[in-house]
Ligand binder design. Structure first.
Ligand code: SF4
Length: 413
């Protein structure tokens, strides 16, 4: 492999870098979305609170759409406006507020890290990307760069999914965008490009461009503020990147950033030739039997049994209807028997498999699991004494169920 990538993949012309920064920032000033954490990052005079606000928003935005995050962010900041307030919250409260946002370990780690800042760092947020990453659990390179640049003005780049897409297109990077060679190169580029006087705005502008203009499927290249710097756009228009060295030379060698020679430019895809990803592993397929146990509560309203999941693993610490993972290709009769047996352990009394009423199936896609819940219900006449030796469990009304720390999948059930 060549010692350094060909010039087409780099930002080595200072004048061009300056022009790109100027165009991007001017566009951002005109077009940026009005988001609650942005206002706070600018107006909040207390540096620790600024850092906290950006941190919360960045953790919530991981793998989650902006539109979904806004409401969660506002409720979170209302309930825990400071690190100190969050450090005093219980995990149950955090899970209740996080319910429905997915990837639940994020909330838990955010709270653990807040406790660490309060107890070990005297409530003072680390001020550089290096320290943020080193000292705060759950804060990776991207989040550290975002907090440091947006809250503290450190001139450090960020690379997230949006930035990967934009940079790969700007520089025709067609090798697997999750490969270490490409990722390293993208971080180097982000650090070269970031505007020294407005690093936070520049980073947000690059991400905003990826989120609203340079989108995955149908990018709006004609409206793009940096199209004159974009090799992929140039290649789409003129058949070659610009400047026009022989692009095919690059593919023939062992360039670590070019598309593999076996997958050359596909003109029908245009700029969406970039970025390229290695084929995803198919999701794991799982079936889980779940039972909605219902009883008449003391005020006559229906109550439902929910039990708490283990404190680690998928959906850690969340509440659910009693559930049992099933082997694949199990006959329905056998499914019922296994579920009845499982329920018996909860209730301390025999449960007749034929008393379980099949309700239907609910499919929920987790990031890496295709989960099917096979839903049954059972109405109980008498009272049931729950075994306190088992995981925590409780009876809840429908309203209480919705206010509890339950996953979106359970709400579907
Ligand atoms: Fe993305 Fe198109 Fe802009 Fe290039 S010109 S950065 S491909 S939107």
């Amino acid at each position: 492999a060549p010692a350094s990538p060909p010039a087409r993949h780099l930002f080595s012309d200072p004048a061009q870098v300056e022009a790109l920064r100027g165009n991007l920032l001017a566009w951002y000033d005109r077009c940026k979305r009005d988001l609650p954490w942005r206002a706070l990052a600018v107006t909040e005079p207390d540096a620790d609170r600024r850092g906290y606000a950006v941190w919360v928003s960045e953790i919530m935005l991981q793998q989650t759409q902006v539109a979904t995050v806004i409401d969660y962010y506002n409720r979170w900041m209302q309930k825990w406006p400071t690190l100190q307030a969050l450090a005093q919250a219980s995990l149950e409260e955090v899970n209740e507020l996080w319910a429905g946002l997915g990837y639940y370990s994020r909330g838990k780690r955010l709270q653990e890290a807040a406790r660490k800042v309060v107890s070990e760092l005297a409530g003072r947020m680390p001020r550089t990307a290096e320290d943020l990453q080193k000292l705060l659990p759950g804060v990776g390179r991207y989040t550290a760069g975002a907090i440091a640049s947006i809250s503290y003005g450190q001139a450090t780049g960020v690379v997230d999914g949006n930035v990967i897409r934009v940079l790969c297109r700007l520089r025709c990077i067609g090798a697997d965008s999750s490969s270490p060679a490409v990722i390293d190169q993208l971080w180097d580029m982000a650090n070269v490009l970031v505007d020294r006087s407005r690093p936070g705005d520049f980073n947000q502008a690059l991400m905003e461009l990826g989120a609203t203009v340079c989108v995955p499927k149908a990018p709006l290249c004609r409206e793009c503020p940096v199209k004159q710097h974009c090799q992929a756009w140039c290649r789409k228009l003129f058949g070659k990147p610009s400047p026009v060295p022989d692009v095919e030379d690059c593919c023939v060698g062992d360039c670590p950033l070019c598309p593999p020679a076996t997958e050359p430019w596909d003109s029908s895809l245009g700029v969406t030739n970039f970025p390229r990803k290695a084929a995803k592993k198919p999701p794991r397929v799982m079936r889980t039997a779940t039972c909605v146990l219902e009883r008449r509560g003391c005020h006559g309203a229906s109550e439902y049994l929910i039990v708490q999941r283990p404190s680690s693993g998928l959906l850690a610490g969340l509440w659910e209807f009693p559930s049992l993972p099933l082997a694949q290709d199990l006959q329905e009769e056998k499914e019922r028997e296994e579920l009845a047996h499982h329920l018996q352990a909860w209730m301390g009394q025999p449960v007749a498999a034929k008393g379980l009423q099949f309700i239907g199936e609910v499919v929920h896609i987790f990031s890496h699991i295709h989960q099917t819940y096979v839903v049954y219900s059972l109405h109980l006449d008498g009272d049931v004494t729950l075994d306190p030796a088992l995981s925590p469990s409780r009876w809840v009304t429908e309203d209480e169920f919705h206010a509890s720390a339950v996953s979106t999948a359970m709400k579907k059930v």
